[in-house]
Design a protein around this ligand. Structure first.
Ligand code: NAD
Length: 479
């Protein structure tokens, strides 16, 4: 059996995990048949639909369906883009017409693979606007660093394209709201790369909790405790040949080229917002879904620091957050310092094995008045545990890209809301932004008005709601 190396996690090596999976289990070697595609997509769509919300979107059905043939453009040709080009190009009637990256050296493997599997070879471009101007393109898949997500999504909507945008969808609360406004105005489909929402195990966890079998939920603990190493600053230098540094920066502040920014953009406020944005965002989103998608919390407090390695990182190595939801509290512990904890291994993500929960770096614990649930992403699943560690209920999962990518393509044709719609993804992303804002204003408890999406006790925090954009790369107030 052939093996495929999948990079799970992104950007900085400290957040990456390489797993080996048998190819047939995630994608058949032969092109997927239409019947099998429908089985995949409708299984996930049906499972999720019971709990999905439309949240005031105008009927997307009014926008024209592209029909059977879907033409895509891939924007950003790095690690995550490779999973999307491989996964989506094998679905029936789907082709990538463009592969876009601002760095000439990226995406060679993606191009070669698409040339092999597609009738028509894709075109390599460096400015996404060439693809947005092409009427033949139905949708774009945005897998750039986070500081580009919102602007690229707004531009795509204005050009009449549907969008798959990677997580975290935004780097600020304001721009997340603008993405939603653009989706409503232009009536486009948006699937966010919170793929756990397409996992049947996430829907069964939600249904189990809603049934009341855990009792009333009184406490939730979200863990995202990854390994890490000391972060060292790097000197500025000339950009590598073939990289358009100005375009890479895009909406972010202008700074000289620095390899520590370009090749490790995670621990910078301007590009991402740390491990919390990169990885814990998946945990927070899965938890929100399991809890029935609660609205914004009333307050947030984030304490953190570079406790382990005393790095000079902007975004601290470790963050401990408390969210107040009124009738329960949720904590999130996120960091890059616990090398003895592990993300779920391949045999848990793609096989039948259960994890050892106490040493799992990415676990959620949901405490009810009757029992507690361990919940894991990456296809792990959930187990309900009572006194003595006895498991009384469980549902094992599987890595959910195999449902999430087809769900996007399915929704392009059906004009239904995808499993990870923008409104809920925005609420999940806001948990990251709220925590980072609390940390940045001096580790203070911030009171948040969910209706206006503004802080009520700190103007310093309100000043961080919206980034300062560079000319030519601004999201307008009116999208
Ligand atoms: N859902 C998941 O499980 C998952 C997993 C990994 C990464 N991600 C997300 O995917 C995104 C990409 O992550 P990655 O690990 O692939 O990063 P990466 O650094 O490997 O690739 C990003 C690419 O985008 C390119 N780029 C930057 N600005 C661009 C622009 N304006 N136009 C075109 N290309 C541009 C860069 O040159 C780079 O090649 C991130 O948002 C990350 O959080 C999600």
């Amino acid at each position: 059996m052939k093996l495929l190396t999948l990079r799970v996690g992104s950007g900085s090596p400290e957040n990456r995990l390489t797993v080996f999976v048998p190819i047939p289990s995630i994608m058949p070697m032969k092109p997927i048949t239409r019947r099998r595609f429908i089985a995949y997509s409708s299984e996930a769509t049906a499972t999720i639909a019971a709990g999905s919300t439309v949240l005031g979107f105008p009927a997307i059905a009014e926008a024209q369906s592209p029909g059977d043939q879907i033409v895509l453009a891939l924007i950003g040709a790095g690690g995550r883009a490779a999973s999307h080009s491989t996964g989506m190009s094998r679905l029936p009637g789907v082709e990538f017409k463009y592969v876009c990256d601002v760095w000439k050296d990226r995406g060679a493997g993606i191009m070669q693979d698409l040339e092999k599997v597609q009738k028509r070879a894709p075109q390599r471009i460096s400015d996404m606007r060439a693809a947005l101007d092409d009427k033949e393109v139905n949708a774009v898949v945005i897998a750039t660093p986070e500081h580009w997500h919102a602007l690229a999504t707004v531009w795509a909507r204005q050009a009449g394209k549907d969008v798959y945008v990677e997580k975290n969808p935004s780097i600020s609360i304001w721009e997340g709201r603008k993405m939603i406004e653009a989706a409503r105005k232009y009536r486009r489909i948006v699937q966010v790369g919170f793929q756990n929402r397409s996992g049947p195990y996430a829907a069964s966890a939600r249904d189990y909790i809603a049934s009341g079998k855990l009792g009333r939920i009184v406490h939730v603990k979200v863990y995202n405790m990854l390994d890490g190493s000391k972060w060292e600053p790097k000197p500025d230098s000339e950009p590598p040949a073939g990289l358009d540094w100005d375009a890479w920066l895009g909406p972010a502040p202008e700074v000289p080229y620095n390899p520590g920014r370009h090749l490790n953009w995670h621990p910078w406020w301007d590009y991402k917002g740390g491990t919390l944005a990169d990885d814990a965002s998946h945990q927070l989103d899965l938890t929100r879904m399991a809890l029935g998608d609660p609205p914004h919390p009333k307050s947030v407090l984030c304490i953190g620091g570079n406790y382990a390695f005393q790095s000079q990182r902007e975004v601290p190595e470790f963050q401990c957050i408390t969210y107040d939801y009124g009738d329960f509290a949720m904590t999130c512990e996120s960091g890059n310092a616990t090398n003895y904890l592990r993300k779920f291994p391949g045999e848990v993500r793609f096989g039948d094995k259960w994890p050892h929960w106490p040493t799992s770096a990415t676990r959620v614990e949901i405490y009810g008045t009757k029992a507690m649930m361990y919940l894991g992403r990456h296809g792990c699943g959930w187990q309900v545990v009572v006194e003595g560690g006895k498991v009384i209920d469980q549902d094992k999962g599987y890595f959910p890209d195999k449902w999430h990518q087809p769900n996007f393509i399915d929704c392009l044709r059906s004009r239904k809301q995808p499993n990870s719609d923008l409104e809920q993804a925005h609420h999940s992303a806001c948990l990251v932004h709220l925590a980072n804002t609390s940390y940045r204003v001096g580790q203070k408890q911030l009171m948040f008005d969910g209706a206006t999406e503004r802080f009520t006790n700190s103007e310093a925090a309100n000043a961080l709601l919206k980034p300062t954009y560079r000319k030519h790369y601004r999201i307008p107030e009116q999208v």
